[in-house]
Design a protein around this ligand. Structure first.
Ligand code: 23J
Ligand code: MN
Length: 258
């Protein structure tokens, strides 16, 4: 059987399942809040154009507006200054084959429950590899924190000194880049921790990943439904000219028994 015929059969039989890692686009879903001197990310907005009525008797449709970084979304290399000169670094220029790759899921849910400022360190990556094997080049590495179960104010978890949410240390991102990863994904509002403006370099996940031509995924939902290895992630952003990112539907293919 050809590889694709095998996939089609496995999808039909349910041996391969499709897991949706996407939050619903909804005006209530939180967006990142930057210090007030900076431009801000817009929430999702939706307006009815017609609904089988005098504005369009047989059809219903909506006008939608949002930021490129609203909701579950993809970050392209050109999102960050370190990646501004990466060739084909915008969502419309990236080779579409780069959107699909194997997923390694690092479970940080217990650590994040105990400490909202938990930082993934190289030692956690090494401990994961001791259990599950080396992180293959070309992997999407996903940081599971169960943060996607939070809603409202608890999602950003803002305090007087900014947001408090888990993320990677600069050293962890360097370790993952040394393994040749495709990208890094989180269940929080950014690929960086809430306090990452104070890190060196500031926002190290953004700075290092995008400088290396790698991708980010943010606001992923339900990473607890993925096995540590074996899932295949499909994360194809909209083809926005010069786009720095885009909301998208993130799908994981998961084989039964994994
Ligand atoms: C702009 C400025 C800082 C950050 C971000 C955007 C994001 O997290 C994002 O959505 O890419 S940290
Ligand atoms: Mn983003």
């Amino acid at each position: 059987m050809s590889a694709l015929a095998g996939l089609v059969a496995a999808l039909a039989s349910g041996r391969v399942k499709v897991v949706d890692l996407t939050h619903r686009l909804d005006p209530d879903f939180p967006v990142i809040v930057l210090p007030p001197e900076f431009g801000q990310c817009a929430r999702f907005r939706i307006e009815e154009v017609s609904a089988y009525d005098h504005r369009g008797p047989a059809w219903k449709w909506h006008e939608i507006t949002m930021n490129e970084h609203t909701g579950t979304h993809f970050d392209a290399p050109c999102h960050w200054i370190s990646g501004r000169d990466v060739p084909a670094g915008s969502v419309d220029e990236i080779d579409p084959a780069a959107f699909i790759g194997p997923a390694c899921v690092i479970d940080c849910s217990a650590e994040a429950a105990a400490d909202p400022d938990f930082l993934l360190q190289p030692a956690h990556v090494e401990a994961w590899e001791a259990r599950h094997g080396p992180i293959p080049a070309g992997s999407w590495v996903l940081m599971r924190t169960d943060w996607s179960r939070r809603s409202g104010a608890a999602y950003l978890n803002m305090a007087g000194d900014g947001a408090h949410s888990p993320g990677p240390s600069a050293a962890a991102i360097e370790a993952l880049l040394a393994r040749g990863i495709r990208g890094f994904g989180t269940e929080t509002v950014g690929t960086d921790a809430g306090q990452a403006a104070h890190f060196d370099p500031p926002f190290p996940a953004h700075y290092l990943l995008h400088g290396a031509g790698r991708f980010g995924l943010q606001c992923l939902k339900g990473l607890d439904r993925l096995p540590p290895t074996g899932a295949v992630l499909i994360a194809a952003p909209l083809k926005i000219r010069g786009g720095t990112g885009s909301p998208l539907r993130v799908l994981a293919l998961v084989e039964e028994g994994q």
